[in-house]
Design a protein around this ligand. Structure first.
Ligand SMILES: NC(=O)c1ccc[n+]([C@@H]2O[C@H](COP(=O)([O-])OP(=O)(O)OC[C@H]3O[C@@H](n4cnc5c(N)ncnc54)[C@H](OP(=O)(O)O)[C@@H]3O)[C@@H](O)[C@H]2O)c1
Length: 225
């Protein structure tokens, strides 16, 4: 089998790559990242060039995982109050956490095989769930991840018409000790990237085509929109 990890330079992306490379069922584990390959998921030209290159070299992937995303962008930390909302911070969140995954779906879904089980998973976040929100705050990040969930769900319905065995999902990786979470997790329990990657891959393995379009946590449980 062939897998592609997008955002392979990140804490979770790197652990997913290592875990997949240790799995003998995968003969190819390709990677793409901003720092190693210049892939900027918020830039359509960059996404389409990378997708074309991957198509030329590998033709198709049984598994594509998007592990690229961001919480603090250009120094803008998550808002604690509606009074802290800023246009540039909100736009940057949507660019990376919603428009980025949309562009990846647009340009990479054609790399899923049409007649075999395949999976496209994008890392979202439980805080993007409207149904779970009891705390408030982090409006830009929450809203961008909620938008990502809608994009994944809507794309999955269309992709099912041409790729009936494809599974297109948004996944919550848990609270994971990475650079992204580091400033915000003191006093909270966090799993290691390696543990999170193993759980995500176990969940991915269990998912079935009828679950395509869903939003799942790393233990396989469905998360409310
Ligand atoms: N850690 C957690 O507790 C947690 C919880 C819930 C959800 N998540 C989600 O899980 C995903 C991965 O998080 P992480 O903790 O592994 O974060 P991380 O260690 O900070 O890694 C972030 C990754 O995203 C890439 N990236 C950021 N902006 C990009 C852009 N515009 N174009 C291309 N790549 C870009 C980075 O690339 P470069 O380093 O190469 O620039 C890096 O590979 C994110 O979507 C995050 O929202 C994480």
């Amino acid at each position: 089998m062939k897998a592609l990890v997008i955002g392979s330079s990140g804490g979770i992306g790197k652990a997913l790559t290592e875990c997949l490379r240790a799995d003998t069922r995968f003969d190819t584990v390709a990677t793409l990242s901003r720092s190693a390959d210049g892939l900027d998921i918020s830039n359509e030209n960059s996404v389409s060039v990378c997708a074309r290159q991957m198509k030329q070299v590998h033709d198709a992937f049984d598994l594509i995982i998007n592990a690229a995303g961001a919480l603090v962008i250009d120094g803008s930390v998550p808002e604690k109050s509606v009074k802290a909302i800023r246009v540039d911070a909100l736009m940057n969140q949507f660019l990376v956490n919603a428009i980025g995954p949309a562009l990846l779906l647009k340009h990479f879904h054609g790399l899923l095989p049409r007649n075999a089980r395949s999976l496209f998973a994008s890392l979202s976040a439980r805080v993007g769930s409207i149904g779970h929100n009891r705390l408030g705050g982090w409006i830009s990040y929450r809203a961008a991840k909620a938008a990502q969930n809608q994009i994944v769900n809507t794309a999955s319905l269309e992709i099912a018409r041409t790729h009936p065995a494809a599974i297109v999902v948004a996944l919550h990786p848990g609270t994971v000790a990475t650079q992204l979470s580091h400033p915000f997790i003191s006093g909270h329990q966090a799993t290691s990237p390696e543990d999170a990657a193993a759980r995500l891959l176990a969940t991915i393995e269990r998912l079935q085509p009828h679950q395509s379009g869903g939003f799942f946590s790393n233990d396989g449980q469905s998360i409310a929109w």
